[in-house]
Design a protein around this ligand. Structure first.
Ligand code: 3PG
Length: 309
Protein backbone atom coordinates (compact mmCIF):
# COMPACT_ATOMS: atom_id res chain seq x y z
CA UNK A 1 0.00 0.00 0.00
CA UNK A 2 1.36 3.41 -1.06
CA UNK A 3 0.63 6.66 0.73
CA UNK A 4 -0.48 9.28 -1.77
CA UNK A 5 -0.55 12.88 -0.53
CA UNK A 6 -2.72 15.60 -2.03
CA UNK A 7 -1.08 18.85 -0.90
CA UNK A 8 -3.07 21.86 -2.05
CA UNK A 9 -2.70 25.30 -0.54
CA UNK A 10 -5.59 26.19 -2.89
CA UNK A 11 -7.82 23.11 -2.62
CA UNK A 12 -9.61 21.19 -5.34
CA UNK A 13 -13.42 21.06 -5.22
CA UNK A 14 -14.88 18.47 -2.84
CA UNK A 15 -16.08 16.40 -5.82
CA UNK A 16 -12.56 16.28 -7.24
CA UNK A 17 -11.10 15.23 -3.86
CA UNK A 18 -13.77 12.51 -3.57
CA UNK A 19 -12.87 11.32 -7.08
CA UNK A 20 -9.16 11.27 -6.27
CA UNK A 21 -9.87 9.36 -3.04
CA UNK A 22 -11.88 6.75 -4.97
CA UNK A 23 -9.08 6.17 -7.48
CA UNK A 24 -6.45 5.97 -4.73
CA UNK A 25 -8.43 3.68 -2.41
CA UNK A 26 -9.84 1.39 -5.11
CA UNK A 27 -6.27 0.72 -6.22
CA UNK A 28 -5.42 -0.36 -2.66
CA UNK A 29 -3.58 2.77 -1.61
CA UNK A 30 -4.07 5.39 1.10
CA UNK A 31 -4.93 9.04 0.58
CA UNK A 32 -3.35 11.70 2.77
CA UNK A 33 -4.89 15.15 2.51
CA UNK A 34 -3.25 18.50 3.31
CA UNK A 35 -5.42 21.40 2.22
CA UNK A 36 -5.37 25.15 2.91
CA UNK A 37 -2.00 24.96 4.63
CA UNK A 38 -0.44 28.25 5.57
CA UNK A 39 3.08 27.25 6.53
CA UNK A 40 5.78 25.37 4.62
CA UNK A 41 6.46 23.33 7.78
CA UNK A 42 3.00 21.74 7.40
CA UNK A 43 4.01 20.58 3.93
CA UNK A 44 7.39 19.33 5.18
CA UNK A 45 5.64 17.32 7.90
CA UNK A 46 3.02 15.93 5.51
CA UNK A 47 5.54 14.65 2.95
CA UNK A 48 7.67 12.78 5.51
CA UNK A 49 6.12 9.33 4.99
CA UNK A 50 4.46 9.52 1.56
CA UNK A 51 5.34 7.62 -1.61
CA UNK A 52 3.64 10.01 -4.03
CA UNK A 53 2.17 13.46 -4.05
CA UNK A 54 -0.24 15.52 -6.08
CA UNK A 55 0.27 19.28 -6.01
CA UNK A 56 -1.07 22.36 -7.79
CA UNK A 57 1.02 25.55 -7.61
CA UNK A 58 2.39 24.24 -4.30
CA UNK A 59 6.14 24.50 -4.17
CA UNK A 60 8.00 21.20 -4.38
CA UNK A 61 11.33 22.74 -3.45
CA UNK A 62 14.57 20.85 -2.82
CA UNK A 63 13.79 21.06 0.91
CA UNK A 64 10.37 19.45 0.37
CA UNK A 65 11.74 16.75 -1.93
CA UNK A 66 14.55 15.92 0.50
CA UNK A 67 12.10 15.77 3.43
CA UNK A 68 10.00 13.27 1.46
CA UNK A 69 12.36 10.36 1.96
CA UNK A 70 10.01 7.73 0.46
CA UNK A 71 8.84 9.88 -2.46
CA UNK A 72 8.86 8.18 -5.88
CA UNK A 73 6.59 10.43 -7.90
CA UNK A 74 5.23 13.98 -7.75
CA UNK A 75 2.45 15.01 -10.11
CA UNK A 76 1.66 18.64 -10.74
CA UNK A 77 -2.11 18.54 -11.40
CA UNK A 78 -1.91 21.17 -14.10
CA UNK A 79 0.29 22.41 -16.89
CA UNK A 80 3.16 24.51 -15.55
CA UNK A 81 5.76 22.70 -13.46
CA UNK A 82 8.02 25.65 -12.65
CA UNK A 83 7.05 25.05 -9.00
CA UNK A 84 8.93 21.73 -8.90
CA UNK A 85 12.70 21.67 -8.36
CA UNK A 86 13.32 19.24 -11.21
CA UNK A 87 17.03 18.99 -10.52
CA UNK A 88 16.38 17.95 -6.92
CA UNK A 89 13.72 15.48 -8.07
CA UNK A 90 16.08 13.89 -10.58
CA UNK A 91 18.91 13.71 -8.04
CA UNK A 92 16.60 11.97 -5.58
CA UNK A 93 15.26 9.57 -8.23
CA UNK A 94 11.79 11.14 -8.03
CA UNK A 95 9.70 11.15 -11.20
CA UNK A 96 7.98 14.50 -11.84
CA UNK A 97 4.92 14.66 -14.09
CA UNK A 98 2.27 17.17 -15.12
CA UNK A 99 -1.23 16.65 -16.52
CA UNK A 100 -1.09 18.60 -19.78
CA UNK A 101 -4.33 19.92 -21.24
CA UNK A 102 -6.54 18.92 -18.32
CA UNK A 103 -7.31 22.42 -17.05
CA UNK A 104 -6.79 24.35 -20.29
CA UNK A 105 -10.39 25.17 -21.09
CA UNK A 106 -10.91 26.88 -17.74
CA UNK A 107 -7.90 29.11 -18.37
CA UNK A 108 -8.96 29.85 -21.95
CA UNK A 109 -12.41 30.96 -20.81
CA UNK A 110 -10.90 33.20 -18.12
CA UNK A 111 -8.87 35.02 -20.79
CA UNK A 112 -12.13 36.30 -22.25
CA UNK A 113 -13.64 37.02 -18.86
CA UNK A 114 -10.70 39.29 -18.01
CA UNK A 115 -10.56 40.77 -21.48
CA UNK A 116 -14.22 41.76 -21.61
CA UNK A 117 -14.10 43.18 -18.11
CA UNK A 118 -11.13 45.37 -19.11
CA UNK A 119 -12.48 46.59 -22.46
CA UNK A 120 -15.87 47.32 -20.85
CA UNK A 121 -14.27 49.38 -18.10
CA UNK A 122 -15.16 46.97 -15.31
CA UNK A 123 -18.87 47.16 -16.27
CA UNK A 124 -19.13 50.67 -14.84
CA UNK A 125 -21.35 52.02 -17.63
CA UNK A 126 -18.63 53.92 -19.51
CA UNK A 127 -18.44 53.29 -23.28
CA UNK A 128 -16.03 50.43 -23.89
CA UNK A 129 -14.96 48.55 -27.00
CA UNK A 130 -15.79 45.27 -28.71
CA UNK A 131 -13.70 42.25 -29.58
CA UNK A 132 -15.13 41.66 -33.07
CA UNK A 133 -12.61 42.63 -35.74
CA UNK A 134 -9.78 43.16 -33.23
CA UNK A 135 -6.42 41.50 -33.74
CA UNK A 136 -5.55 39.01 -31.01
CA UNK A 137 -2.00 37.74 -30.61
CA UNK A 138 -1.32 34.47 -28.84
CA UNK A 139 2.15 34.28 -27.37
CA UNK A 140 2.60 30.49 -27.41
CA UNK A 141 0.20 28.01 -28.93
CA UNK A 142 -0.15 24.99 -26.68
CA UNK A 143 -3.37 23.52 -25.29
CA UNK A 144 -4.58 26.87 -23.92
CA UNK A 145 -3.52 28.94 -26.91
CA UNK A 146 -5.46 26.66 -29.24
CA UNK A 147 -8.63 26.90 -27.15
CA UNK A 148 -8.28 30.69 -26.92
CA UNK A 149 -7.96 30.78 -30.72
CA UNK A 150 -11.19 28.78 -31.14
CA UNK A 151 -13.12 31.07 -28.80
CA UNK A 152 -11.61 34.19 -30.43
CA UNK A 153 -12.77 32.95 -33.83
CA UNK A 154 -16.29 32.81 -32.39
CA UNK A 155 -15.95 36.47 -31.36
CA UNK A 156 -14.94 37.35 -34.92
CA UNK A 157 -11.40 38.33 -33.96
CA UNK A 158 -8.39 38.06 -36.27
CA UNK A 159 -6.02 35.67 -34.55
CA UNK A 160 -2.22 35.65 -34.79
CA UNK A 161 0.12 33.38 -32.90
CA UNK A 162 3.76 32.82 -32.28
CA UNK A 163 5.03 29.37 -31.41
CA UNK A 164 7.81 27.07 -32.60
CA UNK A 165 5.15 24.37 -33.14
CA UNK A 166 3.34 26.63 -35.64
CA UNK A 167 6.58 27.39 -37.42
CA UNK A 168 7.24 23.65 -37.75
CA UNK A 169 3.71 22.79 -38.86
CA UNK A 170 1.99 25.44 -41.00
CA UNK A 171 -1.14 23.23 -41.30
CA UNK A 172 -1.80 23.86 -37.60
CA UNK A 173 -2.40 27.54 -38.33
CA UNK A 174 -4.94 26.67 -41.03
CA UNK A 175 -6.68 24.20 -38.75
CA UNK A 176 -7.23 26.88 -36.08
CA UNK A 177 -7.74 29.82 -38.45
CA UNK A 178 -4.65 31.46 -37.00
CA UNK A 179 -1.92 33.41 -38.82
CA UNK A 180 1.52 32.32 -37.65
CA UNK A 181 4.15 35.00 -37.10
CA UNK A 182 7.83 34.12 -37.29
CA UNK A 183 9.04 36.33 -34.46
CA UNK A 184 7.20 36.98 -31.17
CA UNK A 185 7.84 40.75 -31.46
CA UNK A 186 5.64 40.76 -34.58
CA UNK A 187 2.66 39.83 -32.38
CA UNK A 188 3.09 43.02 -30.38
CA UNK A 189 3.53 45.09 -33.54
CA UNK A 190 0.44 43.67 -35.26
CA UNK A 191 -2.07 43.06 -32.51
CA UNK A 192 -4.48 45.09 -30.41
CA UNK A 193 -4.52 42.47 -27.68
CA UNK A 194 -1.86 39.90 -26.71
CA UNK A 195 -2.61 36.91 -24.50
CA UNK A 196 0.36 35.21 -22.82
CA UNK A 197 0.50 31.41 -22.74
CA UNK A 198 4.17 30.55 -22.39
CA UNK A 199 5.74 28.70 -19.43
CA UNK A 200 8.02 30.52 -17.00
CA UNK A 201 11.58 29.46 -17.72
CA UNK A 202 15.02 30.99 -18.18
CA UNK A 203 14.11 32.15 -21.70
CA UNK A 204 10.72 33.67 -20.91
CA UNK A 205 11.20 35.26 -17.47
CA UNK A 206 11.03 39.04 -17.81
CA UNK A 207 10.71 38.68 -21.59
CA UNK A 208 7.53 40.80 -21.83
CA UNK A 209 9.49 43.98 -21.38
CA UNK A 210 9.51 47.59 -22.57
CA UNK A 211 10.97 46.60 -25.92
CA UNK A 212 8.01 44.39 -26.87
CA UNK A 213 5.27 46.28 -24.99
CA UNK A 214 6.21 49.56 -26.66
CA UNK A 215 5.42 47.99 -30.04
CA UNK A 216 1.73 47.74 -29.11
CA UNK A 217 -0.87 50.38 -29.97
CA UNK A 218 -1.67 53.08 -27.41
CA UNK A 219 -4.86 51.27 -26.41
CA UNK A 220 -3.21 47.83 -26.41
CA UNK A 221 -4.23 45.12 -23.95
CA UNK A 222 -2.11 42.38 -22.37
CA UNK A 223 -3.80 39.41 -20.73
CA UNK A 224 -1.58 37.25 -18.56
CA UNK A 225 -2.94 33.89 -17.46
CA UNK A 226 0.54 32.34 -17.67
CA UNK A 227 2.98 33.32 -14.92
CA UNK A 228 3.78 36.65 -13.28
CA UNK A 229 7.50 36.11 -13.85
CA UNK A 230 7.21 36.43 -17.64
CA UNK A 231 6.27 40.12 -17.38
CA UNK A 232 8.83 42.76 -16.48
CA UNK A 233 6.78 44.58 -13.85
CA UNK A 234 8.67 47.89 -13.88
CA UNK A 235 8.39 48.01 -17.67
CA UNK A 236 4.65 47.38 -17.47
CA UNK A 237 4.30 50.38 -15.14
CA UNK A 238 6.35 52.49 -17.57
CA UNK A 239 4.17 51.51 -20.56
CA UNK A 240 0.95 52.18 -18.67
CA UNK A 241 2.28 55.59 -17.68
CA UNK A 242 3.34 56.38 -21.23
CA UNK A 243 0.15 55.05 -22.84
CA UNK A 244 -2.85 56.25 -20.82
CA UNK A 245 -5.22 53.84 -22.58
CA UNK A 246 -3.09 50.72 -22.24
CA UNK A 247 -4.67 47.92 -20.19
CA UNK A 248 -3.29 44.94 -18.28
CA UNK A 249 -5.24 41.99 -16.97
CA UNK A 250 -3.49 39.30 -14.98
CA UNK A 251 -4.59 36.16 -13.20
CA UNK A 252 -1.40 36.24 -11.15
CA UNK A 253 -0.94 39.25 -8.87
CA UNK A 254 2.34 40.96 -9.70
CA UNK A 255 4.85 41.90 -7.01
CA UNK A 256 3.89 45.56 -7.57
CA UNK A 257 0.13 44.94 -7.33
CA UNK A 258 -0.56 47.78 -4.89
CA UNK A 259 1.24 50.31 -7.07
CA UNK A 260 -0.56 49.05 -10.22
CA UNK A 261 -3.98 49.11 -8.55
CA UNK A 262 -3.42 52.60 -7.21
CA UNK A 263 -2.01 54.14 -10.39
CA UNK A 264 -4.14 52.44 -13.03
CA UNK A 265 -7.43 51.58 -11.30
CA UNK A 266 -9.71 51.08 -14.35
CA UNK A 267 -7.00 49.80 -16.68
CA UNK A 268 -5.55 47.12 -14.44
CA UNK A 269 -7.28 43.95 -13.36
CA UNK A 270 -5.80 41.21 -11.16
CA UNK A 271 -7.50 38.13 -9.74
CA UNK A 272 -7.70 38.13 -5.95
CA UNK A 273 -6.21 34.63 -6.08
CA UNK A 274 -5.04 32.84 -9.22
CA UNK A 275 -8.21 31.26 -10.56
CA UNK A 276 -7.52 30.29 -14.19
CA UNK A 277 -7.79 26.58 -13.45
CA UNK A 278 -10.18 26.95 -10.54
CA UNK A 279 -13.37 25.43 -11.94
CA UNK A 280 -15.18 22.26 -10.90
CA UNK A 281 -14.48 20.78 -14.33
CA UNK A 282 -10.76 21.61 -14.38
CA UNK A 283 -10.35 20.33 -10.79
CA UNK A 284 -11.95 17.04 -11.78
CA UNK A 285 -9.97 16.70 -15.00
CA UNK A 286 -6.56 17.55 -13.57
CA UNK A 287 -7.04 15.96 -10.13
CA UNK A 288 -8.32 12.64 -11.44
CA UNK A 289 -5.71 12.54 -14.20
CA UNK A 290 -2.99 13.05 -11.57
CA UNK A 291 -4.36 10.24 -9.38
CA UNK A 292 -4.65 7.89 -12.36
CA UNK A 293 -1.10 8.69 -13.48
CA UNK A 294 0.24 7.85 -10.02
CA UNK A 295 -1.69 4.58 -9.80
CA UNK A 296 -0.50 3.56 -13.27
CA UNK A 297 3.06 4.55 -12.40
CA UNK A 298 3.05 2.24 -9.37
CA UNK A 299 1.24 -0.57 -11.22
CA UNK A 300 3.15 -0.56 -14.52
CA UNK A 301 6.00 1.95 -14.26
CA UNK A 302 4.24 4.21 -16.78
CA UNK A 303 6.04 7.57 -17.07
CA UNK A 304 4.13 9.06 -20.00
CA UNK A 305 3.91 12.60 -18.65
CA UNK A 306 7.32 12.71 -17.02
CA UNK A 307 8.90 16.17 -17.22
CA UNK A 308 12.31 15.52 -15.60
CA UNK A 309 15.09 13.36 -16.98
C1 3PG B 1 -1.33 25.44 -14.38
O1 3PG B 1 -0.11 25.59 -14.58
O2 3PG B 1 -1.89 24.36 -14.59
C2 3PG B 1 -2.16 26.61 -13.95
O3 3PG B 1 -1.37 27.72 -13.72
C3 3PG B 1 -3.09 26.30 -12.78
O4 3PG B 1 -2.50 26.42 -11.53
P1 3PG B 1 -3.29 26.04 -10.18
O5 3PG B 1 -3.48 24.57 -10.17
O6 3PG B 1 -2.43 26.53 -9.10
O7 3PG B 1 -4.62 26.73 -10.20
Amino acid sequence: MKKILVATEKPFSKEAVDGIRKIVEESGNELVLLENYTDNQQLLDAVAEVDAMIIRSDKATREVIEAAKNLKVVVRAGAGYDNIDLEAATEKGVVAMNTPGQNSNAVAELVFGMLISLVRSGFDGAAGSELRGKKLGLHAFGYIGKLVAQIANGFGMEVYAYSPSLARNPKLGEEFNVTAVQDPVMLYEKCDIVSLHMPANADTKGSINYEVLSKMPDNGVIINTARKEVVNEADMVRIMEEKPKFKYGTDIKPGNHDEMAEKFAKRYLASAKKCGAQTAEANMNAGLAAANQIVKFFQTGDETFRVNK
